[in-house]
Design a protein around this ligand. Structure first.
Ligand SMILES: NC(=O)c1ccc[n+]([C@@H]2O[C@H](COP(=O)([O-])OP(=O)(O)OC[C@H]3O[C@@H](n4cnc5c(N)ncnc54)[C@H](O)[C@@H]3O)[C@@H](O)[C@H]2O)c1
Length: 404
């Protein structure tokens, strides 16, 4: 291969993050040759902004383009399953945004507005089936699947891994969180489009990270990844409570959730008996929270991928800094703020795309792959089941009971 040729499907929010990361790839010859978006204007605007030669409105035309080696799937969650399988069948490598897939009520004859009421056991079965079908298509066609979990690549996380390795310590507990004041995307409000609420949409990042870290620890120590044994979870709609609804004044939090949760907490027990705590909610003011705390037998490491104080800035009103970006989801630029010098870098987007391009060019596995993506889907929907039933769910027992 003389260079890696990429086609992006979807020209929305995350595609810009990916595109800026492609522009930073070093040491591997690459080119983004095409973009596909059902919204023609959106696709054309994106192509013009980044000098992309080919624009399609149907992603299947992009798959027919023989020049393309890798398809970057940046469309809403509900489309990941179909687009990933079609890409694998076209013999092209896949980059898939998180979550790998989910359950959207697509196999049942139900009112889309009622999908959130489907039993969580049926959802678990449906989501795992969707995910397994992607894995099967990837294996059948001998292509790579790069699972775009940027937390795995964030420089503070890589430093934490080096510290852990140097310490020789054993991870006893991992606590990780992604929370903010709520997604403004309309589709995020409906289960039939989003596949879940804050747990799936935000929680897939911290969940992916803690699952990855225990897998990595196991590989480092014994050559065998440490998986998740059981989950115990609770989910809620805090903005649907009377105490929230009766509040007066400006509403800073998104509160138009139809049938998805805006708050979730998951306790994980790993196969070695150690613990994980994953938090994700849409009720957090003050900017996005992206954290990881590692409690080991001989050290503690606290990672903050969002907030940092390399720059402290003060302005008496929010207008002073005009259009200059501060950091994700802060409500105001007034008062003291902590502008992020390079948010993409801190979160691992350029490093993730660099790894994916190298993996394809040098024909090796990416660090974040389909196995991690699949495990996040499995644990997320087991967590929904736990929250529904109010009890701990043992994953091996659950899968065994479904095989009977
Ligand atoms: N890793 C991250 O930090 C991160 C951040 C945001 C979103 N995401 C993920 O990225 C994905 C996209 O989210 P987004 O925020 O960019 O959404 P978005 O709504 O901003 O963009 C999605 C784009 O896909 C296009 N689209 C829809 N159906 C299509 C089809 N059939 N063919 C081609 N294009 C189609 C839409 O027109 C839109 O331009 C989601 O899976 C989301 O979970 C990840």
């Amino acid at each position: 291969m003389d260079k890696v040729r990429v086609g992006i499907v979807g020209a929305g929010f995350v595609s810009h993050l990916h595109m800026n990361a492609y522009l930073r790839v070093a040491g591997v010859p690459i080119e983004v040759v095409a973009i596909a978006d059902i919204n023609k204007e959106q696709g054309e605007k994106f192509a013009a902004q980044y000098g992309i030669k080919q624009v399609y409105t149907d992603y299947r035309e992009l798959l027919d383009n023989k020049d393309i080696d890798v398809v970057d799937v940046c469309v809403p969650n509900i489309l990941h399953h179909r687009v990933c399988i079609d890409t694998a069948e076209a013999g092209k490598h896949i980059i898939c945004e998180k979550p790998l897939t989910g359950y959207f009520g697509e196999d049942l004859d139900v009112d889309p507005m009622e999908v959130g009421k489907i039993s969580r056991l049926d959802m678990y079965k449906g989501a795992v089936k969707n995910s397994q079908e992607i894995l099967d298509a990837v294996a059948r066609n001998n292509v790579k699947l790069c699972y775009a979990e940027d937390f795995v690549y964030a420089p503070p996380v890589l430093k934490a891994k080096r510290l852990l390795e140097a310490s020789g310590g054993t991870i006893l507990e991992l606590r990780s969180e992604e929370s903010h004041s709520g997604s403004h995307a309309k589709y995020a409000r409906y289960w039939h489009q989003a596949g879940g609420g804050s747990l799936l949409r935000l929680g897939s990042h911290p969940l992916g990270l803690v699952i990855h870290l225990k897998q990595w620890e196991g590989m480092m120590k014994t050559g065998k990844p440490i998986g998740v044994r059981s989950v115990m979870a609770d989910v809620a709609n805090v903005t649907h409570t009377d105490v929230f609804r009766k509040t007066t004044g400006e509403r800073w939090l998104v509160d138009e959730w139809h049938d998805v949760e805006d708050w979730a907490t998951v306790v994980l027990t790993f196969e070695d008996g150690t613990k994980g705590l994953v938090l994700s909610n849409d009720i957090t003011l003050g900017g996005i929270v992206n954290t990881l705390n590692i409690y080991a037998n001989n050290n503690v490491i606290k990672v903050d991928m969002a907030a940092n104080d390399a720059i402290k800035a003060y302005a008496p009103t929010t207008e002073v800094f005009g259009d200059e970006y501060i950091s994700e989801k802060v409500q105001t630029k007034a008062g003291w703020s902590f502008p992020s010098p390079d948010e993409d870098w801190m979160r691992g987007y350029p490093q993730e795309i660099q790894d994916f391009m190298e993996a394809v060019y040098h024909d090796r596995d990416p660090v974040s792959n389909q196995i991690l993506g699949h495990e996040v889907v499995r644990v997320t929907y087991a967590a929904y089941l736990s929250a529904e039933q109010g009890k701990r769910i043992d994953l091996a027992e659950l899968d065994a009971s479904l095989k009977k």
